[in-house]
Design a protein around this ligand. Structure first.
Ligand code: ADP
Ligand code: TRP
Length: 334
């Protein structure tokens, strides 16, 4: 098994990213290490360029997000790096631009959403974003790609690119990567609106818990979170029409590694006046050690950069033979 995944470097990581993605990465690195596989996790700084991020924000967020991943438990069992430091991604991407079809990219919902009505004015990078993503995956001959539901279509495209390349050039170079969409990964919603997902792009900082937040801020955000005046029922299903209540119970369950049903059973008959302080204590106890590690790592940004450079060297060595095989397959003299 070879696991590859990336995350765009466009800002701070929050509780939704942790419970929905990073925690799965950390678990996977342990499982693969025991079974003799590799995990490559990277900061997609080249992809972030398509978001129009300011240069200084991009540089800072690459280091800060790398530090967050290290603080969350990504260690030497995985290969952690930033995408732009391994030029093989860009080199394979150009070759795969010849394989991917305009029609395929035109159907991508992320492209349609991000370009909106202004397709003529959108950057070419935004359009070919999924080809770079295919290169990220195929350059390592990845077998499994942990992603959120919204990235399934890009994974399909990577599989189509792999199939067409293998067929067109008569090679068996790229295995077809499987998406790994964790059923255990909860979808965490905004603390201000139980129907919107917790996101770094929400203008209100009170809507999310950032992994860098202090204990006081975490507790304050939970205490001020939107809830309702009803008591907690004895069944999680009974929260279907109470999105904010459902979200707070989901967060409690995820942070304590319990089922949401066992959480409502414990708090059944109590109101949010009792539930929120318990959730705040739990969140602080889980997040504080990680935040403290993060703060320490951010004290020495050069050291984090050095970690990324070390990861890039390891990743580059794995990518090189596949890139060379792709170059040879298309007839480049390299
Ligand atoms: P954001 O919405 O904050 O911009 P991204 O789209 O960059 O986050 O997501 C990075 C990773 O974190 C993806 O794997 C995504 O599935 C996961 N993720 C993001 N927000 C949430 C959330 N609210 N709940 C669960 N997982 C999330
Ligand atoms: N597009 C992904 C996202 O927005 C990030 C990403 C870039 C990625 N390259 C990847 C994910 C390769 C998995 C594999 O979340």
């Amino acid at each position: 098994m070879r696991v590859v995944s990336g995350i765009q470097t466009t800002g701070n990581l929050h509780l939704g990213n942790y419970l929905g993605a990073i925690r799965q990465w950390v678990a996977m690195q342990g499982a693969l290490d025991e079974n003799g596989g590799e995990c490559l996790f990277f900061l997609a700084d080249l992809h972030a360029l398509t978001s129009g991020i300011a240069p200084s924000d991009l540089a800072n967020s690459t280091i800060e997000m790398a530090a967050t991943l290290l603080a969350a438990g990504i260690d030497d069992r995985s290969i952690l790096f930033n995408q732009s430091r391994v030029p093989a991604h860009s080199e394979l991407c150009w070759i795969l631009q010849g394989t991917a079809r305009m029609g395929w990219l035109n159907r991508m919902t992320q492209w349609k959403d991000k370009a909106g009505k202004n397709r003529e004015g959108a950057s070419v990078g935004l359009f070919t974003y999924p080809v770079l993503q295919a290169a990220d995956i195929l350059v390592y001959q990845a077998t499994h790609v942990p992603v959120g539901e919204d990235q399934k279509q890009h994974l399909e495209l990577a599989r189509d690119v792999a199939t067409k390349f293998n067929t067109d050039f008569g090679v068996e170079l790229f295995p077809l990567p499987e998406p790994l969409i964790s059923k255990a990964a909860p979808r965490i919603m905004s603390l201000r609106d139980g129907t919107a997902k917790m996101s770094k792009s929400d203008p209100s900082d009170m809507s999310r818990i950032n992994l860098i937040d202090s204990d006081d801020l975490i507790a304050q955000k939970i205490k001020k979170s939107k809830s309702d005046a009803d008591l907690l029922p004895d069944s999680f299903d009974a929260l279907a029409e109470r999105p904010e209540a459902k979200n707070l119970v989901t967060i409690y369950a995820a942070l304590s590694d319990r089922t949401p049903q066992s959480v409502v059973e414990e708090f059944s008959g109590k109101g949010f006046g009792a539930f929120k302080p318990a959730l705040a204590d739990l969140a602080v106890s889980v997040l504080a050690p990680m935040r403290d590690r993060l703060v320490r790592l951010l004290d020495d940004r050069t050291a984090v950069g050095a970690e990324l450079a070390r990861g890039a060297a390891r990743a580059g060595a794995l990518a090189a033979p596949t890139l060379l095989a792709a170059q040879k397959a298309v007839g480049l003299q390299v």
